[in-house]
Design a protein around this ligand. Sequence first.
Ligand code: ADP
Ligand code: MG
Length: 137
Amino acid sequence: MTSYIFHNENEMILWAKDFAKALNAPVVIALHGDLGIGKTTIARAIINELCGDTIVPSPTFTIVQEYDVTHYALRVTHYDLYRIKDKSELVEIGLMDAIANNITIIEWPEIAMDILPKNTIHIYIGEFESGRKLFLQ
Ligand code: ADP
Ligand code: MG
């Protein structure tokens, strides 16, 4: 387990962009933490690093957004599972397919925990003083 402390949003964005540079194959990144803690901020930084300076809306209402990686044939699929109330919906929203083929970033991953691959990168974000702390597992 690795942990980090960020004093502000910009420090967290720089870390996430650096973290993204190592992503070059399908993998799941599960973002854990309360509302407003920075899950979308981290997802956006990863997507901007991999897919260019595109607009990355929160998938709160659309549930899923997809992006092409700029320099190789790979896609990033960004989920927010907050509104998913039944596991059967996970197939309908393409989660299995995304996990198999894409870099898959998941906010509110709790409902999907038992179908996530063993090598999923879990990122836990919490408050720390006036900033954030982050654990990577
Ligand atoms: P979540 O997706 O976890 O609900 P967001 O990424 O949408 O949270 O962030 C919510 C708000 O918190 C945004 O206004 C964002 O600017 C701010 N924020 C994000 N990360 C940080 C941080 N590390 N420190 C302070 N504020 C942050
Ligand atoms: Mg969010």
